[in-house]
Write a protein that binds this ligand. Structure first.
Ligand code: AMP
Length: 278
């Protein structure tokens, strides 16, 4: 497709032709279709890029709201990180543009919408379906962590489903690039003690922990540490108060996997999740 700005270098892009100007998108490049949803800072619309007819999701964010909530830096980081990731289970961010009042993100269209809604509809997923999602997530996280990117906000609301039912991680608003952070925070890597060098792995384990929580939620329909009060949830997490209710019936292999994430999440290798036994 012709959505080929500096943020989509691997496709035949006008930008790839040496000496040619980088494509600058404007709203005129798109036919706007139905609204797909509403977020905290704006709306998302189905849209078609006029030249290529490529269908995308156009996220429209209001600058005033971004400024009010002081999340401009977060958005900048999200765009910077997400636009460089290329993985079948990570939602593509093709590019962005802005006018006086709004910022527009050109996103891959996830035709089957939010995973969260699917889960609400089904109440809980079959083990087979949960295993497929967990393996997809593990693949995407292995890819991210290999690039020193930690998502830090893996939850059903941030997962979308593509036309073929494939899971797509979206919303990199809380993600960080640890390599940059290490450089800015600690200067040169050579002088760091082992525990600080190890901290990349340590940080990445945040996502693995979330993956365990998500696996539980897929199978039981509720997250494992849910409680009425925030403080109770906090306490349950700190104590790792993990219980498996009798219903729905979940295999011991699946429960064992969740427990392993719980017990060993710092050492946990997401490669294990690629070939789940159940
Ligand atoms: P957000 O602002 O990212 O929370 O998006 C608001 C809603 O728009 C989401 O909950 C989805 O229902 C929908 N949406 C966002 N991005 C996409 C996309 N790439 N494809 C399809 N629907 C989307």
């Amino acid at each position: 497709m012709a959505i080929a700005s500096e943020t989509q270098p691997q496709e035949k892009a006008s930008t790839e032709v040496s000496g040619e100007e980088k494509k600058r998108w404007t709203l005129n490049d798109f036919d706007i279709g139905k609204p797909l949803g509403r977020g905290k800072f704006g709306h998302v619309y189905l849209a078609r890029e006029k030249r290529s007819n490529h269908i995308v999701a156009l996220k429209v964010l209001f600058k005033s709201q971004l400024q009010q909530s002081q999340v401009e830096h977060q958005l900048r980081r999200e765009v910077e990180i997400q636009s460089h990731l290329r993985h079948p289970n990570i939602l593509r961010l093709y590019g962005y543009f802005y006018d006086q009042k709004r910022v527009y993100l050109i996103l891959e269209y996830a035709a089957k919408g939010e995973l969260y809604k699917e889960l609400q509809k089904c109440k809980y997923f079959s083990e087979r379906r949960a295993a497929t999602y967990v393996a997809s997530l593990a693949r995407a996280l292995i890819y991210c962590h290999g690039k020193h990117v930690i998502h830090r906000d893996i939850k059903p609301e941030n997962l979308l489903i593509g036309a073929q039912g494939e899971l797509k991680i979206a919303d990199f608003g809380w993600s960080v690039h640890t390599f940059n952070r290490r450089q800015t925070m600690c200067g040169t890597l050579d002088y760091l003690p082992p525990e600080m060098v190890e901290s990349v792995e340590h940080d990445a384990s945040v996502d693995i922990w979330s993956l365990g929580v998500l696996c539980y939620e897929f199978l039981y329909g509720v997250p494992p540490f849910e409680a009425k009060e925030h403080s109770d949830t906090y306490r349950r997490i700190v104590q790792v108060d993990l219980k498996f209710p009798p219903k729905p019936i979940v295999s011991s292999a699946a429960k064992d996997l969740i427990s392993q994430v719980k017990n060993h999440f710092l050492l946990f290798n997401p490669q294990w999740l690629l070939h789940l036994p159940w």
